[in-house]
Write a protein that binds this ligand. Structure first.
Ligand code: GTR
Length: 329
């Protein structure tokens, strides 16, 4: 990589010396590198592709971006660090991986908080979303638009019908203290692991289950190894399409507006794709023989979350955000 970059630079320098540089200089050296954890056909990936196409078109190819799908640039924790350092230029992140770095993201992760997709959209697209976005920007990650990630549910290698069935099970979580506490409050043991290690960890018995939305459960093929899914829908944690503060600082206002508008349009598209993909993924895994337990009464699960709220929504700023979310129509 370094060698190739050096060659590009040397090539550009040589052409410039020869007086031919003007038309070639900006391109290769300025391609933005984007991180994405999902495979190319996933709604997030297609949303990101739409974003980069719109930016290329509207900037007449002045801003050229390339998204590396399928975690080609590493797992989430590394990508977050690289974004903050400016070695990744843009990315799409779930809030969970940011919980330990930017506390206000915890509010959007809290269990059983959003009443519906529409409620979540009013929260993230409004002043509360802007507050969290500002905190993220101060941490080096500048959000441009909120993407959907649906409701997360539990899936396990043995059937689970009540929280008591989870007792003693090892459940994978993302790197987030809040997630560790959620799983503990349910009586299970939380095991933080990168997404890319969940499949083999289920297979080898390192963990007994994990939790995610239908599209991730299906596209990661976790359903092949954890055959029991219960619709706990315990968290509707959203995701953001963001650029690194390093890049953002160098943009003028017109380019910032261009990027924001393209990101918002891509989010509208991603949200449409999301709703459809949730249905299709569910159908696919059911057809593949997954046992689905449809949970109608979530109150026993919800009651167990009291200590989580006591810990994470105690701070006055957090308590205020939670109150405002509840009051958002
Ligand atoms: C997915 C989400 C990813 C990542 C993953 C995980 O649903 O889109 O960003 O958070 O879950 O569980 O690691």
């Amino acid at each position: 990589m370094i060698t190739r970059r050096l060659t590009n630079w040397l090539g550009v320098a040589a052409l410039a010396v020869m007086g031919l540089g003007a038309s070639v200089t900006p391109s290769a050296a300025q391609e933005w590198r984007g991180w994405n954890i999902h495979p190319p056909d996933y709604p997030v990936s297609r949303g990101m592709d739409r974003f980069t196409e719109l930016v290329a078109q509207r900037s007449n190819n002045r801003i050229r971006m390339r998204t590396y799908h399928s975690a080609q640039l590493g797992q989430q924790d590394e990508a977050i660090q690289q974004m903050r350092l400016g070695s990744i230029d843009f990315a799409e992140f779930n809030m969970s991986g940011l919980n330990n770095i930017v506390p206000s993201t915890q509010v959007l992760t809290l269990p059983f908080l959003f009443r519906s997709v529409a409620h979540q959209h009013s929260v993230v697209d409004g002043p509360i979303g802007d507050t969290v976005a500002e905190d993220l920007a101060n941490a080096g990650i500048v959000p441009l638009a909120w993407y959907d990630a649906g409701a997360r549910s539990m899936y396990t290698i043995r059937p689970v019908r009540t929280p008591a069935d989870l007792r003693g099970m090892k459940i994978r979580v993302q790197t987030s203290d809040l997630w560790i506490d959620i799983i503990r409050a349910l009586g299970a043991n939380a095991t933080p692991l990168p997404y890319g290690e969940v499949y083999t960890s289920l297979q080898s018995g390192v963990i007994d289950g994990a939790e995610n939305n239908w599209p991730s459960y299906e596209s990661s093929r976790h359903f092949e190894v954890a055959r029991h899914f219960i619709t706990t829908e315990h968290s509707n944690v959203p995701e953001v399409l963001a650029v690194s503060a390093t890049r953002w600082r160098r943009l003028n206002q017109a380019d910032r507006d261009l990027l924001r508008a393209a990101a918002r349009e891509s989010a509208t598209y991603q949200r449409q794709l999301w709703a459809e993909r949730e249905r299709v993924s569910r159908e696919k895994v059911v057809a593949a023989g997954v046992q689905v337990t449809e949970l109608t009464d979530r109150s026993p699960w919800q009651q167990l979350m009291e200590p989580v709220y006591a810990k994470y929504a105690a701070d006055p700023r957090m308590a205020d955000l939670v109150r405002r979310i509840r009051e958002t129509p």
